[in-house]
Design a protein around this ligand. Structure first.
Ligand code: FMN
Length: 214
């Protein structure tokens, strides 16, 4: 039974609280042709870098790609890498058919892709980049924009030749490729599983452990 999900249909961004934004964010896979301005993308990156980072090292770097021809060629390359069997096992069976569909653009024709790259610094650079990624996606939602993490492309962006082409230093690791654009629509939530709360220690004896509660 999925956990009850707070619905948020508001399109009026001025009315959105932080919680509204969190509940309204969805993976978006259908975009208008609107090209995002440099200032819009910079604003999202500025939100991303407000994320916490271990010992405040801020070990992130960004690549922005707004060239549709380049995105299509990177999509083809990602599909070729996956079709060759590399990293194939990490995908769920229902996602694997996408790999074989040669007409697919794994970036869903989005006009903007932001790569968040972890620098080899600090204690947990990958975690820090994931927090930055979530900030970026929530800021985008607040601005009426849609995002989707494209894990399919992750092996491609960590390919040494692709990194070189994009000016990403060898020692940096691409952590989160995120497409951004103006959605044709915001999908509804598929709901969430109930959170599995393994322990909730209050020092008091609970009448019923959470796992057995309805
Ligand atoms: C690490 C990660 C990798 C993902 N990779 C892909 C991807 O390659 N293609 C895609 O369409 N969605 C991808 N997604 C989006 C998820 O499918 C989506 O977040 C999930 O179905 C939940 O839907 P929601 O984000 O709308 O709540 C990815 C999400 C995460 C967090």
């Amino acid at each position: 039974m999925p956990a009850p999900s707070r619905r948020c249909d508001t399109q009026n961004m001025a009315e959105m609280s932080a919680l509204d934004v969190i509940f309204a964010r969805r993976a978006v896979r259908d975009f208008t042709d609107e090209v995002l301005s440099e200032s819009t993308v910079r604003r999202l990156i500025d939100a991303a870098i407000q994320a916490p980072s271990a010992v405040n090292v801020q070990p992130w770097a960004f690549v922005v790609i707004q060239d549709k021809a380049l995105l299509k060629s990177l999509s083809d390359r990602a599909e070729a890498i996956m079709a060759a069997g590399q990293d194939f096992g990490q995908f769920a069976p229902e996602q694997q058919h996408r790999i074989e569909d040669r007409s697919l653009n794994i970036f869903y024709n989005a006009g903007t892709l932001v790569l968040i790259c972890a620098k080899p610094e600090g204690l947990h650079p990958d975690w820090d980049c994931c927090f930055a990624a979530q900030n970026l996606m929530l800021a985008a939602r607040e601005q009426g924009l849609g995002t989707c993490v494209i894990g399919f492309s992750w092996p491609t962006f960590n390919d040494p030749d692709v990194k070189k082409d994009l000016g990403i230093p060898k020692s940096y690791r691409v952590v989160t490729p995120i497409i951004v654009g103006r959605p044709t629509d915001f999908p509804q939530s598929h709901g969430r599983k109930r959170p599995e709360i393994l322990a909730w220690k209050t020092g008091k004896v609970l009448s019923e452990p959470d796992a057995f509660r309805e």
